[in-house]
Design a protein. Structure first.
Length: 357
């Protein structure tokens, strides 16, 4: 089934040029792009599961833009974070030919009306804003900025959520340390095993706390958000840290861990999915040695205790507050879940940081 708003937009005169590459920012795996010329599309999606599924559909997909420019048109799918959405629109303007059509699509819950209002207020500088097409609780509309720097002030500006750390709009807890992570860091023992993983490592604050513990020789930061992981690379320069852009629920370690530390997500887009946290627990159990230990924090209302008991011989609650609860789970139960094989690849070397948004 074709995307209803894209289909409407393509009925507009001159909706897309007849030639040239088309930049698509922020499509999800379920986004229907079948009305667009597949061979001309360059998709930018930094969330590893969506990236993999879009690639499997035959699209050209990159996790972040490098020096690519000179696009003939762009399509921006707005995220929920307004600052991130503005940055995507600014990126489209900067990478497209002057006057190229840039289509902006979003649900009402993505703040599309607010972005539309803001762009209309800037019409004198960026040119006229097309009338929106409304469908399926959202809107799509077109702008044609006369120059690449027309929206330069909307480019992503970094935050300093903690001394010595930087983040960008759209990453989890971008403007401050997540309280759950702070509680978990305080509950970690003074000494940890040699090999540790931080699953869903985000921009690296919790990983930095792990590296202060005695005994740690190697720490794998596993994170599905490419932008967050790039921030982590900038924030952590300790040679014991290795960075992996991957879905933590399917991560294949090179050797089993003595400990896994995690503050797992429990939302998919805007929908609460406790099954995601359960998948993190199963994955952690499969990655640990038979004597290994999981340390995790979870929102207090999430029913993870049965999943923990299903996958670990020892489960104890380390503490709780009105919003969170902390767990230590040790000695994974053999055969309780799918055992993750050990990857055969060589250790991933850290690359120079590259922020794509």
């Amino acid at each position: 089934m074709s995307d209803p708003r894209i289909s409407l937009a393509l009925t507009a005169p001159g909706a897309l040029p007849e030639a040239g590459r088309i930049l698509v920012l922020g499509p999800r795996a379920e986004t229907d792009l079948s009305d667009l010329p597949r061979d001309r599309l360059v998709l930018v999606q930094g969330f590893a599961p969506d990236h993999a599924r879009l690639t499997a559909q035959g699209y050209t997909v990159v996790p972040a833009l490098g020096d690519e420019a000179d696009f003939a048109a762009a399509l921006v799918f707005l995220p929920r974070a307004k600052a991130e959405g503005r940055a995507l629109v600014a990126t489209a303007a900067a990478r497209c030919h002057p006057g190229a059509p840039i289509w902006i699509d979003g649900a009402k819950t993505d703040g599309v009306d607010s972005i539309l209002k803001d762009l209309r207020a800037r019409a004198e500088a960026i040119g006229p804003v097309g009338e929106p097409f409304s469908k399926a609780h959202g809107k799509i509309f077109r702008i044609t900025p006369p120059s690449g720097d027309s929206l330069a002030d909307w480019q992503a500006k970094s935050f300093e959520p903690a001394p010595g750390f930087m983040t960008l709009p759209g990453v989890f807890s971008a403007e401050g340390v997540d309280r759950g992570s702070a509680l978990l860091a305080a509950a970690l023992p003074a000494k940890l095993p040699g090999r540790v993983a931080d699953l869903g490592a985000g921009w690296g604050w919790l990983s930095a706390q792990i590296l202060t513990r005695a005994g740690v020789d190697h720490l794998d930061l596993v994170e599905a958000d490419h932008t967050a992981l790039d921030c982590a690379r900038r924030n952590i320069t300790d040679p014991r840290a290795a960075f992996h852009w991957a879905d933590a629920t399917g991560w294949l370690p090179e050797a089993r861990y003595g400990a896994v530390v995690m503050n797992p997500p429990f939302h998919v887009a805007r929908v609460a999915e406790p099954q995601l946290g359960a998948a993190f627990i199963r994955a952690a159990g499969a990655m640990l040695s038979l004597s290994g230990t999981l340390y995790m924090v979870a929102n207090r209302h999430l029913p993870y205790e049965p999943v923990l008991r299903q996958h670990f011989h020892e489960v104890e609650e380390l503490g709780r507050d009105p919003g969170f609860k902390l767990f230590r789970a040790a000695k994974p139960i053999v055969g309780a879940g799918k055992v993750a094989p050990v990857a055969a690849a060589k250790p991933q070397r850290r690359r120079a940081p590259r922020v794509g948004r």
